[in-house]
Design a protein around this ligand. Structure first.
Ligand SMILES: Cc1cc2nc3c(=O)[nH]c(=O)nc-3n(C[C@H](O)[C@H](O)[C@H](O)COP(=O)(O)OP(=O)(O)OC[C@H]3O[C@@H](n4cnc5c(N)ncnc54)[C@H](O)[C@@H]3O)c2cc1C
Length: 568
């Protein structure tokens, strides 16, 4: 087989994690990014509230305090060695972006401003008004351009080339030109972002379909802690768009139908600044018990008392979004909100250097993962806001360096299989097939099933029903019809492929949730109400074995902080 395309290192995904890894890797070896959307359109661009680091600019702060809050926020499931790396490297990571030109908001004396976020004992979140992701992604992309790193824009990665227990490259569909391509590489990084689109209401963008998870699962590699799905408390009702936590960080209130600040019942000390799992459950409970606004399924997020000047300085995007989407002026009216699927604590299981591990907990040659699609695990059972952008840049950089060293020490492996003809045959079958099932019908049923059976509260019977439904949908997917058979820029084809990915790991989310018989962090079982450290202080691994999903475990790394009761 003749290879037209070849790079030492391939990065799948042009988001914050992928680009940060690419920038680092390109210092060591020839590196390229393959991304189904243009890097400036990745979901990282939508991050609003900020990025955490114990800079101590407004009050005394330390990495130890940042670590404690993160581990407590995770309901003690985070690996503490990984958290220590995260919080220790945080200040340098932020100054690096500042020096590249990110215009972070500032204090009067010129140092970086820091705001409160849920679950932190101190104001620790750096921000560029409420457009932090936008600012960071644009500067990072400028760095990528400066190094002239090759970007295959709008190429959809369909498959990994896995032979001899190692990853040797990828198979991709060039969306604008409608062509299949094989790219050989010594090392491949999965940085494909979130999976919120597997649910029917999410803050995530349309491309957040978790493709990287399906690729790993397909080859028998484990996904870790998939039961922990983060619902953000304040999704704009009923669209699910994010109303950033910065609104509460700046002093916004949550109000129920009786006009009460109900968080005093659920987190008397932290109130609206409790972690997301607790706040989301509180809102859902208020709604379920009939205390939504006018008994409707939403509560109010009220920031009128902050005043127009502060809102325009710190939260201008929130005002613009609410006006455009709902016709609401937040200076004069409260915002209707309800929890929305937001973030995935779980993902492809990795080491602290981003190496993907097998179900035997051994690194798998040539394959790495970073960012939201990976589980390293710094967030455990519940992520604190502003720690994810941080994870992307800290662990993206580390994975880039690890891949660089690996690529320098190895040579290209021979690809033996007929990967290109096989992929061509699959595409031909899809284009000329006479399937009966429509993508939109199967996708809607999947999203509804996940929302109904694996939401904020879970229980055995419902989870089992969810698994049965997803299995039937997987079956129906084999009979899918491609309704648009044009070759170039076929976005319908992309949606069909994404649906295949989602159906693959949707079952893994349900199976992991069914397996964990306790309530911890974002995983709230109504049939097992308590956290159970004796039996469940361990990470879940889910992987394919003989075409079925199997469960394994990985120990939690505990170094400095003993698990304790979690109160706010
Ligand atoms: C609305 C919103 C606000 C947020 N606000 C904050 C915040 O203030 N602070 C914070 O810390 N976190 C925040 N988060 C979370 C954080 O933004 C994300 O976790 C993080 O940006 C994910 O980065 P990533 O690089 O992993 O993925 P992404 O930025 O989503 O990038 C994924 C990339 O992978 C590509 N890709 C996917 N599948 C394929 C495929 N099959 N082939 C090729 N390419 C593929 C995509 O095109 C994209 O370029 C927010 C999230 C959302 C949704």
């Amino acid at each position: 087989m003749v290879f037209i395309l070849q790079h030492d290192i391939l990065i799948v995904g042009g988001g914050l994690a992928g680009m940060r890894a690419a920038l680092e890797a390109s210092k060591y070896a020839d590196t390229a990014i393959v991304s189904k959307t243009h890097p400036l359109r990745c979901h990282s661009v939508a991050a609003e509230g900020g990025i955490a680091a114990a800079l101590g600019n407004t009050v005394q702060d330390s990495w130890e305090d940042h670590m404690y809050d993160t581990v407590k926020g995770s309901d003690f499931l985070a690996d503490q060695d990984a958290v220590e790396i995260l919080v220790k490297e945080a200040p340098a990571a932020i100054y690096e972006f500042e020096h590249w030109g990110v215009l972070f908001s500032r204090l009067d004396d010129g140092r970086l401003a820091q705001r409160f976020f849920g679950g932190y004992a101190k104001p620790r979140v750096c921000f560029a008004s409420d457009k932090t992701g936008h600012a960071m992604v644009h500067e990072l992309y400028a760095q990528i351009m400066k190094r002239m790193t090759k970007v295959y824009e709008e190429w959809y990665v369909l498959d990994l080339i896995i032979e001899d227990n190692m990853c040797k490259g990828i198979v991709a569909w060039d969306i604008p030109n409608g062509k299949l391509e094989v790219i050989r590489a010594k090392a491949v990084l999965l940085a494909t972002g979130a999976y919120g689109r597997v649910y029917n209401t999410t803050s995530n963008d349309y491309a957040s379909t978790g493709d990287g998870l399906a690729l790993a699962l397909h080859y028998g590699l484990p996904l870790e802690d998939m039961e922990f799905v983060q619902f953000h408390p304040t999704g704009l009702y009923s669209l699910g768009l994010l109303v950033t936590e910065a609104v509460r960080g700046e002093g916004g209130y949550l109000i129920n139908g009786k006009g009460e600040r109900f968080m005093k019942k659920y987190a008397p000390e932290k109130m609206e600044l409790a972690p997301r799992d607790i706040t989301s459950r509180a809102i859902e409970t208020e709604i379920k018990q009939g205390r939504g606004i006018n008994e409707q399924p939403y509560v109010y997020l009220d920031l009128r008392h902050l005043g127009e000047a502060k809102i325009m300085e710190k939260l201008p995007f929130v005002r613009e979004m609410c006006r455009k989407q709902m016709g609401i002026d937040v200076v004069k009216q409260p915002i209707p909100v309800r929890p929305t699927v937001h973030y995935s604590m779980g993902g492809v299981a990795t080491t602290n250097e981003g190496e993907v591990i097998t179900s035997e907990l051994k690194p798998f040659s040539g394959l790495y993962a970073a960012g939201e699609c990976a589980c390293v695990s710094v967030h455990g059972a519940n992520r604190l806001g502003a720690n994810s952008l941080l994870e992307c840049v800290v662990f993206g950089k580390r994975a880039g360096a690890a891949m660089g060293n690996y690529a320098k020490a190895t040579s290209f492996a021979e690809i033996k299989g007929d990967w290109f003809p096989k992929a061509e045959e699959c595409m031909r079958a899809l284009f000329s097939g006479n399937g009966k099932e429509k993508m939109i019908t199967v996708r809607t049923e999947m999203q509804n099933a996940m929302t109904e059976h694996c939401g904020i509260f879970r229980e055995e019977k419902s989870l089992k029903t969810g698994i049965t439904k997803i299995k039937k949908l997987q079956q129906r997917y084999t009979n899918i019809i491609l309704e648009d058979t044009s070759r170039t820029f076929n976005t319908h084809l992309v949606e069909v492929l994404e649906l295949g990915s989602m159906l693959t790991y949707a079952e893994a989310i349900l199976v992991s949730a069914l397996n964990r018989k306790e309530s911890r962090g974002a995983h709230a079982r109504t049939d097992y109400l308590k956290r159970d450290d004796k039996n469940w202080l361990k990470h879940t691994l889910v992987y394919k074995k003989n075409n079925e999903l199997a469960i394994g475990y990985r120990p939690v790394v505990i170094t400095r902080i003993k698990p304790e009761e979690r109160k706010y």
